[in-house]
Design a protein around this ligand. Sequence first.
Ligand code: G3P
Length: 221
Amino acid sequence: MALIFLDTASLDEIREAVSWGILDGVTTNPTLMMRAGTADLKANTLKIVDMVPGPVSAEVISTDAAGMIAEAREILSWAENVYVKIPTTVEGLKAMKEISSWPNGRINATLIFSPLQAYLVAKAGASFASVFVGRMDDAGLDGMAVVRQTRAIFDNYGFTCKVLAASIRHPLHVVDALLAGADIITMPFGVLQRMIRSPFTDAGLDSFLRDWAKIAGQPGT
Ligand code: G3P
């Protein structure tokens, strides 16, 4: 089964998605924190952790390995289901190698744009490899191809690192990520809403109820 994560720092969106009973986790990043209007990463992450039993990702701000490692130590101490998001750079790779040796070294390697980056983060011990599908599509590249290639490479070599399809822009991305064998798909709340809503379902239901009203309660029926 592929896991569904919400890509948001908005507590209202998370609360609503949790109530649907199908949410497996949450990913945040500094941009999403800005959109949610809070710079208190710890407080916001802990509020999300209170609502979501599955993985909750919080991203470091440092760009050097030592700084990322120090931030990761702090972030990972907040709760057992918190994952630290580390950017896929040379410094990030060094940090991942160190953090993954810790008993609680749960890493979401972020900003992946090629299967080679995905291979390296898996080697460095990341738990999740976040492939940014939509941003590649925006640049005229085939983002989903990177998800497919990453899936094949991880399977070839038995990596346990999960393929996480990120930067999801619309429901068709979700369909393609499911067909590509992504382990996790993180998406904005709007995409999750569009996964379940259909005007055909609404019209079909209206028509059933209208027809039922014509017959129900009629004498002899
Ligand atoms: O959480 C990372 C990723 O999903 C960002 O998506 O829409 O900013 O490219 P986007």
